[in-house]
Design a protein around this ligand. Structure first.
Ligand code: PLP
Length: 365
């Protein structure tokens, strides 16, 4: 959709590219690092300054103590963090429980390593967890549960009772929990993000993934991280080394400066700005006859596309792009085959002017 959208000069609400401005302190520190000559390989798990800033952040936000020397890995994005964790902790033929709707990279990363994702459907309309279906999906080959909160594409935020249910099973069956928290600061209407590693008995078996792509609007910089118990980290770092060597050196400095210097008000403003964008896009979709409920977190809206012509969500997305110049993702990308064909996903992490233009175009539908 991104390629096709670029070809016709449309507005891309498909990919979560996040083209909002980069915080000045982050940009300036990275530029200065390049000029100062910090352009060579770093340690495969990142520069000490950034590892220390990440450890301090996990302590500040969640009260989680990680040793910056051997329990924090700077990765080339949360994507690389997941890849390294999967290479290190899973074997071909293992099964990992993944909640549906899912983020495509999660499923495809596992499949690329011959690990089998086993889908556990969240229950509509609020995408809540059904503990019985989660338990029913476990087999002797299950090695891990992968969850994403706040979630792409629904914005679902796992509640404490849901995380407790996941934790119970994880501990009972001696599994890993891999938790992708890249949207940790994108929470609305006073909702609270809970890091699953804070639950009793979970720190030692949870691999926490996150990064700066979304928070600092630097999706193209490829800087993320994993925090996990020291038992798992050396092997994860080894595989990160083999695939990426290290995350981009001067950009690590930029991310560190952001973590060190941006005040709590930055994160509050980020959520407030996106809550306002969410409201504008929701209203436009409603006016266009595409029903959607307000996602509690992340920055996507899944809207009903019944009124658009086309047999599949992909056809509906192409129709929308052709007639309005607005690109969305076919809902089928987030479900097993046959589901999601009446849904489209729209991203609202856009500059206000572009988002407003997209809203005007949608209203003309
Ligand atoms: N995880 C989720 C759930 C995402 O939606 C995305 C981007 O869309 C990523 C990870 C990518 O993160 P990164 O840029 O840090 O690799």
């Amino acid at each position: 959709m991104t390629t096709e959208c670029d070809r016709i000069g449309g507005i891309n609400l498909a990919q979560g590219v996040c083209d909002t401005p980069v915080p000045e302190v982050v940009e300036a520190a990275a530029i200065e690092a390049i000029r100062e000559g910090q352009n060579i390989y770093t340690r495969c798990d990142g520069i000490a300054r950034l590892r220390e800033a990440i450890a301090a952040k996990q302590q500040r936000d969640y009260g989680l103590a990680y040793d910056a020397e051997n329990e924090v890995m700077v990765a080339s994005g949360a994507t690389a963090g997941l890849h390294a964790a999967a290479m290190a902790l899973l074997n071909p033929g293992d099964e990992v429980l993944v909640f549906e709707p899912f983020y495509g990279y999660h499923v495809h990363t596992l499949k690329s390593l011959r690990v089998n994702p086993v889908l556990v459907a969240l229950v509509e309309p609020d995408w809540h967890l059904d503990e019985d279906s989660l338990r029913a999906a476990v087999t002797p080959r299950t090695r891990a549960i992968l969850l994403n909160t706040p979630g792409n594409p629904t914005g679902k935020i796992f509640t404490l009772p849901e995380l407790e249910a996941v934790a119970r099973l994880t501990i009972e069956r001696d599994l890993f929990l891999i938790t992708d928290e890249i949207y940790e600061y994108f929470v609305y209407d006073g909702a609270k993000h809970i890091c699953a590693a804070t639950l009793p008995g979970m720190r030692e078996r949870t691999i926490v993934l996150s990064g700066f792509s979304k928070t600092f609007s630097i999706t193209g910089w490829r800087i993320g991280y994993a925090t996990a118990d020291a038992r798992w980290m050396p092997t994860m770092a080894h595989f990160h080394d083999l695939t990426y060597v290290c995350a981009p050196a001067p950009l690590q400095v930029g991310a560190a400066a952001g973590l060190e210097q941006l005040p709590p008000s930055f994160y509050a403003q980020l959520a407030a700005d996106h809550q306002s964008k969410r409201g504008r896009l929701l209203a436009a979709l409603k006016d266009a006859g595409m029903e959607a409920s307000a996602p509690p977190g992340a920055y996507y809206i899944m809207a009903g596309a019944e009124r658009l012509p086309g047999k599949t969500a992909a056809e509906k997305a192409r129709h929308l792009l052709r007639t309005t110049g607005v690109a969305a993702v076919a809902g089928s990308a987030f479900f097993r085959q046959g589901r999601g064909e009446n849904l489209l996903r729209f991203c609202f992490a856009k500059q206000d002017s572009e988002l407003d233009e997209a809203c005007d175009r949608l209203r003309k539908l």
